[in-house]
Ligand binder design. Structure first.
Ligand SMILES: Cc1cc2nc3c(=O)[nH]c(=O)nc-3n(C[C@H](O)[C@H](O)[C@H](O)COP(=O)(O)OP(=O)(O)OC[C@H]3O[C@@H](n4cnc5c(N)ncnc54)[C@H](O)[C@@H]3O)c2cc1C
Length: 337
């Protein structure tokens, strides 16, 4: 089958949804293509959002309402396997001819099993930040035996800033997510003790530093500067963790009921395939390069292919949505010649 439109938006996460809405509201014809059977991307997996504890479902609902009112044509359960600036081919064989493409295909989560020393997938009560969000959704935080954890360790930078796993970049949102998650644990389990192990605290956004102070002062969350070197299983599902407190230069051994690994953002392998097919430039991290970081952040090295959201780097939801607006404007300007 062959379809025709002005702009194809690839990826129906927050960036793709917003870009498609803006295009249709401006009177352009656009098709939004999403691999999953539902729209929303990673946001669907999160419970409350930093720094305001806004419910993620409120944000999704608002975006989906806007999409409905904009009459965007959506193709769900459709994976784009090939792009050029004038064509997108789906896994089904359908081809969409177009005048511009906005790539909003996002990021992958780092697979925590690769860091074997932490025992994810091996030990019972080692979970990831994504698993913890799922627990928040259900309203219960519990170990595998069903007990509420009394002592929880949260490890920052799992699969970020780590040369050994070829992930040199900072995933940007993990520090503030870890602070938010520590507070959510304390809100649900006020008698628990929570220890965050960090390399550096990167509180770059508005209200983030304040939330970090609130976690310490109001919720008594402990922050230890140091990286956990390994975890080992103890009887009854408990875990022993070894770390070095790099502020006091002392080794540290602690037993906890639960270890939460803050998994980083990884560039999807398909970025390289798209780059090979189109001549798009990639960064060493595997994320797509913008044409210019300052004035043309949503343009790429290929005229007619635009980018929005985390396809170019780890970003917050707010940043991804703002970029989507910029990308749709740039795409409109391009097709208007
Ligand atoms: C644990 C965790 C918690 C977070 N919490 C927050 C928070 O509280 N606040 C905040 O601001 N940010 C948070 N973030 C960051 C947030 O997830 C991102 O900013 C946001 O998801 C980026 O949206 P996106 O549209 O760029 O990408 P994604 O959400 O990755 O969406 C990309 C979409 O593209 C689709 N896609 C990919 N390839 C194809 C293809 N070939 N064909 C068709 N479709 C395709 C995917 O299925 C997906 O739906 C968190 C991140 C993590 C890891």
């Amino acid at each position: 089958m062959i379809m025709q439109t002005d702009v194809v938006v690839v990826g129906g996460g927050v960036a793709g949804i917003k870009a498609a809405c803006e295009l249709c509201q401006a009177g352009s014809k656009c098709v939004l293509v999403e691999r999953d059977s539902v729209l929303g991307g990673k946001l669907r997996g999160w419970h409350k959002l930093f720094p305001s504890f806004t419910s993620s479902s409120d944000v999704i609902e608002e975006l989906l309402n806007e999409l409905k009112q904009s009459n965007v044509e959506c193709l769900l359960g459709s994976e784009v396997v090939y792009i050029s600036s004038t064509l997108c081919r789906l896994a089904s064989g359908t081809e969409i001819q177009c005048r511009a493409v906005i790539l909003a295909t996002g990021y992958n989560l780092f697979d925590a099993r690769i860091k074997e020393e932490y025992g994810y997938g091996i030990y019972d009560n080692v979970i990831t930040s994504v698993d913890l969000e799922r627990m928040f959704h259900t309203g219960t935080i519990s170990t595998l035996s069903g007990a509420a954890p009394e002592k929880v360790a949260i490890l920052h930078c799992v699969g970020s800033r780590d040369e050994k796993v070829c992930q040199r970049h900072c995933s940007k949102v993990c520090c503030i997510t870890a602070v938010k998650q520590a507070i959510e644990i304390k809100k649900m389990l006020p008698n628990s003790e929570v220890f965050n192990f960090y390399m550096d605290m990167r509180m770059f956004g508005p209200g983030y530093e304040e939330l970090y102070l609130t976690a310490q002062k109001q919720y008594n969350v402990h922050f230890i500067r140091g990286r956990i070197s390994e975890a080992a299983q103890l009887p009854k599902g408990r875990l022993q963790i070894k770390a070095e407190d790099t502020l006091t230069a002392r080794p540290l051994i602690m037993s906890v009921d639960m270890l939460v690994l803050m998994v980083g953002m990884k560039a999807p392998k398909q970025n390289a395939l798209f780059a090979l097919a189109t001549g798009l430039e990639l960064q060493p991290s595997g994320f797509i390069s913008s044409k210019d970081l300052f004035l043309e952040a949503v343009l790429t090295s290929v005229p007619g292919i635009f980018v929005a959201g985390t396809v170019t780097a780890p970003k917050t939801i707010g940043e991804s949505i703002s970029e989507a607006t910029m990308a749709s404007r740039a795409a409109l300007k391009f097709i208007e010649g």
